[in-house]
Design a protein around this ligand. Structure first.
Ligand SMILES: [Zn+2]
Length: 544
């Protein structure tokens, strides 16, 4: 009779423990499909410690509860620990902190209270259950599983070729399981944040190595729009059979038909585009020699206006490149890892930049979020445009619509500049392309990769107030030469860039062209082809 009671009590304890673990995950900011997996690992590890010793279990349990209560508000409101959350913490002043605390919904406090009660009940059940500390087969199997699963990621990140600095940090980043992941991620992001700040400060102070011999600005206002994830073959300007870029299609401009981005993801591509590299060493960037350093030296007054976060993992390269601009504005520097607001918000800043310091040649950079992944969350009613509707594939129609939005954004910038009556030029290019990724469950997706030509095939277009026709440059050009193209565009003669700069505007072909496939430099020609998705005829696009 007594034995049955103990079994029942242990069963009750394990049930409670499972609920406790899953509940904890929500406070750690995990609500996706991983909640159960993480919860089960935490439960298994608690079970193992319960078998080892009561003290160990108590310590581990209390630790889990404390982390959940400390992080719970943020976890429930903003999700898992991220770069954005950590930088927000360091960038928040007391006023904002007070406002944050005052605006926490009462629901959140109730959830935390319920969690605390559940923790107490679970712990009481544990004491009552009097877990047998005899270690059987199950114990040994489970404890090895717990340890192996826990160790896989730290070991993987130690052996990963990507990051070369700080071993301890790499191990921290690899700690994948909760509750340990919360303090591990926090430490990792904090260290990284302060490292970046120090690096930014160093670059800001250091002199560049440019040698400018002459500057002849062709236009009074120059706008460089850095696009996001726009794949060239989905643009009607480059032949996609459906009107994804109606404005660009008809507007006089210079169009590079075969411009190849140096890499397939934002930070990697922009690092290789927006900085000069050593002579004949395309992978050795000179971080003092950025686009803004060159333009500044040439006498341009500069504005850097960005819809991508100042510190997010995607934007570090761009932020570094922006450091020498006279005026910098980041839409999401305070509270988000990656932006969900539409690029339209940048137009107000553009207006400010256009009207500021009216008589100096200026360079205004607009870094947009364009077609960044989660295409459907990019959709904004602020654009008064026609859209593709009723496509069977939601992801694809959102992607196509995001291209239309960017096309419209360029049109709005163009019109805003035109209304000033001044001479102007707009350069538009995308950081990288994307490639198709199909899953049986969720269907069509486009993703970052380094495997296909289309990950690197991007638009490069210059539209100027004095353009009358559409001119095509057919020859293949490398994004590693972006700096030379940029200098030529702004009428800057710089010793090491001059010759390459001229070539970017003619039909000379340089072979072979290289790209960085996320781990090494490869020949562009060796990559596979990923065809653009063709829309079914029956889709009958509705342009509303
Ligand atoms: Zn990107």
């Amino acid at each position: 009779m007594k034995k049955i009671n103990i079994n029942k009590l242990s069963a009750l304890f394990y049930c409670l423990l499972f609920i406790f673990c899953v509940f904890s995950m929500h406070l750690y900011g995990r609500t996706s499909q991983h909640t159960i997996t993480f919860g089960l690992w935490m439960m298994a590890s608690l079970y193992v410690t319960a078998k080892v010793s009561r003290k160990l279990f108590t310590g581990y349990f209390v630790f889990s509860v404390v982390i959940a209560l400390l992080y719970g508000v943020t976890g429930l409101l903003y999700g898992k620990m991220s770069y954005g959350i950590v930088t927000a913490l360091f960038n928040t002043d007391t006023g904002e902190a007070t406002e944050f605390i005052l605006t926490i919904p009462i629901k959140i406090y109730l959830i935390l209270f319920a969690y605390l009660i559940l923790s107490i009940i679970t712990y009481k059940a544990y004491k009552k259950a009097n877990i047998n500390q005899k270690k059987g087969k199950t114990f040994y199997i489970l404890s090895s599983l717990v340890v192996i699963i826990f160790m896989i990621n730290p070991i993987k990140s130690l052996t990963n070729a990507y990051n070369t600095n700080n071993r301890l940090l790499k191990v921290l980043k690899g700690i994948h399981y909760y509750p340990f992941r919360v303090p591990a991620d926090f430490t990792y992001y904090t260290k990284d944040y302060f490292d970046k700040l120090a690096e930014f400060e160093r670059i800001k102070q250091a002199p560049d190595t440019f040698n400018i011999t002459k500057t002849e600005p062709q236009h009074q206002i120059n706008v460089m729009i850095i696009g996001e994830s726009m794949r060239r073959d989905y643009m009607s300007l480059y032949g996609y059979p459906h009107p994804t870029t109606p404005f660009l299609d008809k507007t006089p401009s210079t169009i590079w038909d075969d411009y190849i981005s140096p890499s397939g993801a934002t930070a990697l591509a922009l690092e290789r585009s927006l900085f000069a590299h050593k002579k004949d060493k395309i992978e050795e960037q000179i971080y003092t020699d950025s686009v803004t350093a060159l333009a500044k030296k040439a006498g341009y007054y500069q504005y850097w206006i960005s819809n991508q976060g100042v510190f997010s993992m995607y934007s570090t390269a761009a932020t570094m490149a922006s450091l020498k601009a006279d005026y910098r504005w980041f839409n999401s520097s305070k509270n988000k890892d990656f932006i969900s607001h539409s690029d339209i918000g940048l137009l107000q800043q553009l207006d400010y930049a256009i009207n500021d310091k009216a008589n100096q040649p200026k360079l205004i950079t607009l870094h947009i979020s364009g077609s960044h992944s989660k295409f459907c969350s990019r959709m904004s009613n602020e654009y008064k445009i026609k859209r593709f509707k009723q496509l069977e594939d939601k992801e694809l129609s959102c992607y196509l619509n995001s291209l239309r939005q960017t096309d419209n954004f360029i049109e709005l910038v163009y019109n805003q500049l035109k209304s000033t009556g001044k001479s102007f030029s707009i350069m538009y290019f995308s950081d990288h392309g994307l490639s198709t990724f199909m899953t049986k469950l969720s269907g069509f997706h486009l993703t970052h990769s380094g495997k296909y030509k289309q990950n690197f095939d991007v638009p490069m277009i210059i539209l100027s107030s004095d353009n009358n026709v559409q001119k095509h440059i057919e020859a293949r050009k490398s994004g590693y030469d972006f700096m030379a193209l940029f200098a030529q565009w702004l009428g800057i003669e710089e010793t090491s860039l001059k010759e390459r700069g001229k070539k970017m505007f003619d039909e000379s072909e340089e072979k072979p062209i290289y790209v960085f496939d996320f781990s090494k430099v490869v020949k562009y020609d060796s990559l596979k082809i990923d065809e653009a998705a063709v829309l079914p005829k029956s889709a009958n696009l509705i342009l509303e």
